[in-house]
Design a protein around this ligand. Structure first.
Ligand code: PBG
Ligand code: ZN
Length: 334
């Protein structure tokens, strides 16, 4: 028995085994390829502002703009023509206050943009980012009192935002606030309002990351005091990330997300083992900006780097990827 084992183990090695054999031609490499990046798995983010004819580039995110609904619709049309099937919307309201009125009002900017997209492209999946920071004068993701970000008081307004986004036609609700209990609160509110068919994609393990820097310029959502470390996760904590994921699943999440993507692939892979739910990864603004900056300097081959990074995210276990590279990828995969 021991001899047999040792024999088969020793026989299964060089020079009998040559792993290069299956790499010897493009066709054999294709036959052996384990992971495929597919366009229908990508979700493309859009930043919508009030007004008309507005298309304002985001300095740190070449190719990405703040756009009014009319301009946004032109880009949506192009994205559809390129083969993209899902979008995620972020709104920048004309006015901010301490109740995030723009987040949940029926004529809020995301609600208007959603109605316009669904009217013209009913087959497109519109994901609504559900958060309050873009709509709050203080820039935090919840209600603030005495310098504290209140948890339970924020839940009803977050749930109200989700319902109003569903009423506008959003196909998926994606809470990114990191308040405890928000998935359950949103699920109950959606069900009570007759939206029991609308899924929740929870930003479950969302880390307090420096890689959100460029996004805060794009969404004008930087906190006006302090930071987000009392609600977003400590980048050092992997086990806690799995607890967040378990909590969101228990509260009724349909998809769980890890964000950012590349520095947290260990958690994408562990989440893959933990749950049968679809897993999303958010390839965030800073990850995008770093690639774009290096490419603009001629330091890296942009296409190869982007495809390698996104393939790595899929290999780690992600089913869906939110990425600003989606339109470029559509061009490359065509
Ligand atoms: C808002 C939100 C943020 C991102 C998505 N939703 C920023 C933040 O939490 O400060 C980051 C996305 C990115 O960097 O691309 N809650
Ligand atoms: Zn927020």
């Amino acid at each position: 028995m021991t001899t047999l084992t040792r024999q088969s183990a020793s026989s299964a090695t060089f020079p009998k085994v040559r792993l290069r054999r299956m790499r010897s031609s493009a066709t054999l490499r294709e036959l052996a390829r384990e992971t495929h990046l597919r366009l229908e798995k990508l979700i493309y983010p859009l930043f919508v502002v009030e007004g008309d004819g507005i298309k304002k580039p985001i300095g740190a995110m070449p190719g990405i703009h703040q756009q009014s609904v009319d301009e946004m619709m032109k880009e949506v049309e192009q994205a559809v023509a390129e083969g993209l099937k899902s979008l995620i919307l972020f709104g920048i309201p004309a006015e901010k206050d301490n109740q995030a009125t723009g987040a949940w009002s029926a004529d809020g900017i995301v609600q208007k943009a959603t109605r316009e997209i669904k009217k013209n492209f009913p087959q497109l999946a519109v994901v609504a980012d559900t958060c309050l920071c873009e709509y709050m004068d203080h820039g935090h993701c919840g209600i603030v009192a005495d310098g504290h970000i209140l948890n339970d008081a924020s839940l009803s307004i977050i749930a109200r935002t989700a319902v109003s986004q569903a009423e506008a036609g959003a196909d998926i609700i994606a809470p990114s606030d990191m308040m405890d209990g928000r998935v359950g609160a949103i699920r109950r509110a959606l069900d009570d309002a007759g939206f029991d068919h609308v899924p929740i994609m929870a930003y479950s393990a969302k880390f307090a990351s420096a890689l959100y820097g460029p996004f805060r310029e794009a969404a004008q959502s930087a906190p006006q005091f302090g930071d987000r470390t009392t609600y977003q996760m400590d980048p050092a904590n992997g086990r806690e990330a799995l607890r967040e994921i378990e909590q969101d699943i228990a509260e009724g999440a349909d998809i769980v997300m890890i964000k950012p993507a590349l520095p947290y692939l260990d958690l994408v892979s562990q989440a893959r083992m933990l749950t049968k739910l679809p897993i999303a990864a958010y390839n965030v603004s800073g990850e995008y900006s770093m690639v774009k900056a290096a490419a603009a300097n001629g330091w890296i081959d942009e296409k190869r780097v982007v495809l390698e990074c996104l393939t790595g995210i899929v290999r780690a276990g992600a089913d869906l990827i939110i990425t600003y590279h989606a339109r470029d990828v559509a061009g490359w995969l065509a």
